[in-house]
Write a protein that binds this ligand. Sequence first.
Ligand code: NAD
Length: 494
Amino acid sequence: MSAQKTIHVGGEWRAAASGAVREIIDPADADVFAVVAEGGAEDTDAAVAAARSAFDTGKWPRTPTPERAALLRRVAGLLERDRERIGALESRDAGKTLEEGRVDVDCVRDAFLYFADLVMNESGGRVVDAGSDDIHSVVVHEPVGVCALITPWNYPLLQASWKIAPALAAGNTFVIKPSELTPLTTVALIDLLTEAGLPPGVANIVTGAGDPVGARLAEHPDVDLVSFTGGLVSGTKVMRAAADTVKKVALELGGKNPNVVFADACSTDEGFDTAVDQALNAAFIHSGQVCSAGSRLIVEEPLRERFVAELARRAGKIRIGRGSDEGVECGPLVSRQQLARTEEFVETALKEGAVLRAGGERPDGPGYFYRPTVLDQCHRGMRVVREEVFGPVLTVETFRTEDEAIALANDTEYGLAGAVWTADPGRARRVAGRMRHGTVWINDFHPYLPQAEWGGFGKSGIGRELGPAGLAEYRETKHIYQNLAPRPVRWFAG
Ligand code: NAD
């Protein structure tokens, strides 16, 4: 594949029909480090046509489950083989540390293995008792068809794998549109799918902008399902664009995720250290560019000063820099726009009365870096508390009662994830039970399991990824009713 042939249609790599290209920027120094094809509506239509033909007349949807599962396992093996190469590419493209890039590849591998196992362990159709020996009735699940997969820049390959692995496991064909900022590892994955033996036309990719490529996919009459991960603004556009053709829509959107800390979790030195350490991790891993980032610390009032002081001290010591440099713990923000957005959020918060305890500035030098920032004395009236920053900014709110803690945790239009820290098991279950979020951690933050569904309440989205529901998204349900002894009905007398 030459540098600019990053559009894959019907098994062939090609440049954009228009000849347009896009420069890919290394966020650690703002230099161009790759050039990709800038696809348009014409490329998108060609990719959809290839996926449509591979679904309607190709063999993949009718390939036996063990063969499909075996292919997914081969992809997992290839990811293991190429872990260093792809991990390093992800690190550079998305501004992660090298270790984060490697871990991402491991998680991508695990997604392929999980969905391979899941389809192999299914029992097939569900026989329904129709109340007669003459009727054989069964409910089966079939691939939904051509899937449009639209992904964001923060976990480019991981988010792609949560869509591609179940889509393929279920027997679909797809067109993926990675983020225009970070397309490189998704392009690399398409090569691995081909190497693993996926037939031409099943996996197609169009690199390019949200509009026109993503917008065209969402409205396209030959697309049966659109699965989108990204921000609320683009997500609502996708949903509107998909409405005219009544295609299935799955949305994984943003979050404004609470991390609720009760004082009893910190009654020992070890408990205090753990809760502070995890609050740091919750907010600042990948410079806060995580949909489930614990960006709202909600701490019990008597603990606040001690907790925030230690958090701010440690936030100030986080080593930021190029992800491949030795000892770096946090990379840059992904783009100039994301940096400007973060700066603006902090400036506004300070004007609104927030108290700066750490960070609040960018370091000298090139690249889109911003220091991990802790804003104390925050409240619901502030924009930074309500809206997703998607940068290294942690706000602090306080509570005095359990009810107040729950009310604050749920006081968001989103509902992706949240955590509660407490030493009281009864309280842990009560609070977790009342939190309106798709994932609730008790005394932890951030882990997910491929076997457990991921997704959000409220404006965090529609549908679920991972787990059995993450496979069900990519299927249609069909009832087959067979009459073994057909007779006239005689409803009409004549
Ligand atoms: P974004 O919405 O800007 O872009 C996401 C994707 O949508 C990109 O590929 C983009 O090109 C495309 N797009 C943009 N406009 C479009 C349109 N009109 N039609 C179709 N596609 C369009 O999001 P982003 O900035 O890349 O990613 C950050 C967002 O993603 C955050 O809000 C984050 O919370 C969210 N996210 C959510 C999850 C989750 O699991 N819920 C995971 C990762 C990221």
